[in-house]
Ligand binder design. Structure first.
Ligand SMILES: Cc1ncc(COP(=O)(O)O)c(C=O)c1O
Length: 378
């Protein structure tokens, strides 16, 4: 295997993601510490929930301690029971599938579209059975799923739809914010996301009954009108005031974060355009506003280096990358050998997520593109 001469670049390190705290984060966290409101009561929690609901054009938002617990709460809120079947795309982060398992239900996998990497509406109906209760669609890597055909199928077949928008804060489907397009939306604020609370999540809902049900599950099932009375089993999925303080400060800067992500994507497009024979760049549907949580490239046949080796060689140059998600149908807990998922397989085999975050400079992107060009011509 050939190696680059790394002496000139050995000290350079470009992380794949990197949170930025350029606003009121420190001020708000200091307030939590000074007032001693550090756990799950405090002014920042309702304020963050209120502002986040507004940001998503949703009626209500319920904070949670992770995007995974937000998904679990959404499924509990929809009344998912053991042995129910829930349709999900096979190409997603494992949390989408795990949350279904937490309910004792069965994730039923659907292949994705080659261009957007999102659940393929044309493959949904063939997997519906009498046990199917609903589906989770994922706005993967920041590109919205094709909601109209999905919602039409759901309505006709009597299914609920949850939007997993963990990677897509601010993305638009036909001009409308994701997270407010279906029955429920869920978000993650993990440290590598477009906005972060360290760990954290949010559920967005349209109606008060659903909000109240989800709040009950989030707080150990405690009766809101009778302290320490628990009419049902619940969970401790509460966000802390400190997390909400950081979240509110991050939300105040979301427009500038989103602008930075799109700027990074524009730079990648400009610098990688000459490599069109070697790599496929992200596709954007005309109805979509893509927020580019991660900028992915798919290696084409002309590239003579295997994907994992390609990534290892970028790593030698100080460039951190990730493989596009391994699909759920190859994971031991969710393995499915009965159906085939050729699109997800091809994307997972050849896809690489490149560094995408607010602190990247044009010079970083140009450097990354330059290294990719060398590998394509290897
Ligand atoms: C598509 C998707 N769903 C759910 C999650 C879970 O979020 P969290 O890591 O906050 O639990 C993530 C997080 O990376 C994700 O990418």
């Amino acid at each position: 295997m050939k190696h680059f001469n790394t002496t000139a670049v050995a000290t350079r390190k470009i992380p794949i993601a990197c949170p930025q705290f350029r606003g009121n984060e420190l001020k708000y966290v200091k307030e939590c510490l000074e007032t001693t409101w550090i756990s799950s009561i405090g002014r920042f929690i309702p304020q963050f929930e209120h502002e986040f609901a507004r940001f998503c054009d949703s009626n209500h938002a319920i904070s949670a301690n992770s995007g995974t617990s937000a998904l679990h709460l959404a499924l509990l809120g929809m009344g998912v029971q053991p042995d129910d079947e829930i349709l999900i795309p096979t190409l997603t982060f494992v949390a989408t599938a795990n949350a279904v398992k937490y309910c004792g239900a069965r994730p039923v996998l659907i292949d994705v579209e080659p261009r957007t990497m999102n659940i393929d509406p044309q493959r949904i109906e063939e997997k519906i059975t009498p046990r199917t209760r609903g589906m989770i669609v994922v706005h993967l890597y920041g590109h919205p799923a094709n909601m109209d055909p999905i919602l039409e199928i759901a309505k006709r077949r009597g299914l609920f739809v949850i939007e997993d928008a963990a990677e897509a804060h601010g993305a638009l489907y036909k001009g409308r914010k994701v997270g407010g397009l279906a029955d429920i939306g869920t978000f993650s604020f993990f440290g590598n996301k477009i906005m972060t609370t360290g760990e954290g999540g949010m559920v967005t809902v349209g109606n008060e009954d659903l909000r109240d049900r989800i709040q009950l599950f989030r707080g150990q099932g405690m009766d809101p009108n009778r302290r320490y009375w628990f009419p049902q089993v619940g969970y401790n999925y509460r966000m802390t005031n400190i997390q909400a303080a950081i979240g509110l400060a991050q939300l105040e800067q979301i427009d500038s974060h989103l602008a930075c992500y799109r700027q990074v994507a524009e730079w990648y497009r400009r610098y990688l355009a000459p490599l069109a024979d070697f790599i496929t760049l992200p596709f954007v549907e005309p109805w979509a506003h893509h927020v580019y949580w991660m900028f992915n490239v798919i290696l084409r046949l002309k590239v003579r280096i295997e994907r994992d080796q390609f990534m290892a060689m970028l790593s030698e140059q100080g460039i951190e990358t990730r493989p596009v998600f391994y699909p759920m149908h190859v994971m031991p807990p969710f393995r499915d050998t009965q159906s085939s998922y050729p699109v997800a397989d091809a994307l997972a085999q050849n896809g690489i997520s490149l560094p995408t975050h607010v602190a990247l400079t044009e010079e970083d992107v140009s450097y990354i593109a330059d290294r990719i060009r060398s590998l394509c011509n290897f």
